[in-house]
Structure formats: C-alpha cells, structure tokens
Design a protein around this ligand. Structure first.
Ligand SMILES: Nc1ncnc2c1ncn2[C@@H]1O[C@H](COP(=O)(O)OP(=O)(O)OP(=O)(O)O)[C@@H](O)[C@H]1O
Length: 308
C-alpha cells in the first residue's frame, strides 16, 4: 500500500534522509520510530506530496507520489505534526471546509460529518469554536478531518504528542478501531512504548537511516538472541558489577534507578553461570530477572544507545 524506493532528501549539504527502502502492506499499522531530527517528518511530508525527493520514489495506494500527487492526496488522510488553529470556525465548519475541499456534495457532507464526529467522540463539541478546544480535542478534531473523504491510508505525524496519558490511551484505542475498519496506517512517534501495542510492524530511523524494519514479532526476535536481565543487588554491588562487566557475553549495561539492566548475548546456561559466579563471590541479589525485550530495548539496541 505504501512503498518507498531509495527515497532520500538533502537540504543543501545536509542529508536529512539517506536512501530508504520501505514496504507497508494493506491493513498494517506501521510505527515509524526515531528520535527528534531522525527524518520521520521529512519522509512523511514526501509521502503526503508536500516535499520533493532529492532521490528515489514512492507509491501510495498505486499512485506515484511525484507523478500523481492528486491521486495520492485522494488516497490519504494526513495529519501533520503541527496544525493551525482557525479563528472563528466551529468544529462542524472545520470538517465541512475539508469535505468541500475533497469535493464531497452538500447532502453527503452532513452525514459524513455526523459520522466522524461520533467516531471521534466529538458530537457534543459540534458547535464549539475550534480555537477554544483543549489540545486533546484539537488533536482528535485533526484526526477527524483526515477521515472525511474515507481514505484507505492514514499518515499521522506524532498524533499523540503533547497529550496527557488519558488522551494518549484514547488515541491508541482509536487507532485500533481504524485498523479494524481496514485502514492502512503509518504513525510516527519518538515515544516508543506508545506504539508497542497498536502496531503490526515498525521501522526504526536514526540520522536519516532506516536501521531496522519489519513485522513487530520479527523485530523483537532479532534482538531476542540478546537477553535483557534486571538485577537488584542487596550487597556486594561493586563485585557484582565487576563480574558483569568482565563477562564475554555482555553487550551493554545501564544503571537505572530501580535496577541494573544488562544486555547479554547468551542462553539460559550462560545466565545461570553468571548468577553462580556472583553468588560464589559473595554478591547478594534481591532479584535476577530475565525479561522479554520491550520496544524501548529494541530501539536502544538498534540505535546502540545503551551506556556501556
Ligand atoms: N527545511 C529544512 N531545511 C533544513 N533542514 C531541515 C529542514 N527540514 C528538516 N531539516 C532537518 O532534517 C532533519 C530531519 O528532520 P525531520 O523533521 O524529518 O525529523 P523528525 O524525525 O521528524 O524529528 P521530530 O521528531 O523532531 O519532528 C533534522 O536535522 C532537521 O533539522
């Protein structure tokens, strides 16, 4: 449904996005993850036909991004990372404005606006002024506007940024609902955990390079060969850390406020030996916990961000 082939963008001498190849199939919810400045918005703006590529090409819903921008615009609902506030415009007028832009007839418009307001739980705000809405409501309204022409593809640039925890949960629930409706969704975020339970596939971008992408299970599996262990020391932490650091299996270690988090390239036996060595050295541990990698671990491993 969305394909990028060798897409890249330069700003003068600066390469914002290198050469990205990406395929997102119909019905997927693809999480585009990367830190600030990684190149997410640049890629998204290209797919939304708002930016010229320096190299490469893209296809969205069988329309070439550069050759058929009008076709792409019909096929996508695009939510930018920053959106304007419209003075003196009511919620229903805001949606009507976009529906007119998509050449939807007057009689159909009323029904469509009622439907999207209901879907986004905004019916009670129908006659409110847009600029008087809370940030969460504005964000939801912006999401509503991406749906008025019933596009098969949604491209959402950080739709949950700046929202409180409750509003984030609501956005996630909504994404799941939209997926059930058959939409193909590309959603960007730099908050990794935000995407963990609502995406079917992810891509990790850093400094313009797509470091890893694929179905969420296969990305997890790729790093599952590395074990993430959380250790809480009771006493002998110094000796324990020294044993840990001298282990040939150690990939990285981080001291968090609650535990020491170590990433080790080993199996169950290797972990048992490590624990045994610590106990023999008189190290006492409250816990030695082997856990599944989170999306955050995947990201840190792929971007080599853990402190060693
Ligand atoms: N018009 C521009 N001129 C010059 N540099 C730009 C321009 N737009 C973006 N950049 C640079 O390109 C890089 C990628 O920016 P982009 O906005 O795509 O990142 P991002 O991953 O979306 O980050 P964020 O999460 O902060 O929005 C950044 O270093 C940014 O400063």
């Amino acid at each position: 449904m969305i394909t990028l082939t060798g897409f890249g963008k330069d700003y003068g001498d600066f390469t914002a996005v290198d050469s990205i190849d990406l395929q997102i199939d119909a019905g997927e919810t693809f999480g585009f993850i990367g830190p600030n400045g990684a190149g997410k918005s640049t890629t998204i703006r290209f797919l939304a036909t708002l930016l010229r590529a320096s190299r490469g090409s893209g296809v969205v819903a069988n329309c070439d991004v550069m050759g058929d921008p009008v076709g792409v615009r019909q096929a996508i609902g695009y939510m930018p990372d920053n959106f304007g506030v419209y003075d003196g415009m009511r919620v229903w007028e805001f949606l009507d404005f976009f529906a007119v832009a998509y050449r939807i007839g007057r009689t159909q418009r009323k029904q469509i606006i009622d439907n999207v307001l209901e879907l986004l739980d905004l019916t009670h705000k129908r006659n409110d002024f847009v600029n008087g809405l809370s940030r969460g409501m504005k964000q939801r309204l912006c999401l509503a506007k991406t749906l008025v022409h019933d596009p098969p593809v949604l491209i959402l640039d950080e739709p949950a940024s700046g929202l409180d925890p409750r509003a984030r949960v609501e956005v996630k629930a909504l994404l799941k609902e939209l997926r059930k409706m058959g939409k193909t969704i590309l959603i960007s975020s730099h908050i990794l955990t935000e995407l963990a339970d609502c995406c079917t596939s992810i891509g990790i971008i850093e400094r313009g390079q797509l470091l890893m992408h694929g179905p969420i299970e296969s990305v997890y599996n790729q790093i599952r060969q590395n074990r993430i262990v959380e250790i809480q020391f009771f006493s002998g932490e110094e000796a324990g850390m020294s044993i840990l650091r001298s282990s040939p299996h150690l990939r990285s270690v981080e001291n968090t406020p609650t535990a020491v988090v170590a990433e080790l390239e080993t199996d169950d036996e290797g972990l048992a030996e490590l624990m045994e060595e610590m106990i023999k050295a008189g190290v006492r541990m409250k816990s030695f916990n082997d856990r599944d990698p989170t999306l955050e671990d995947v990201f840190m491993t792929v971007t080599k961000g853990l402190v060693t």
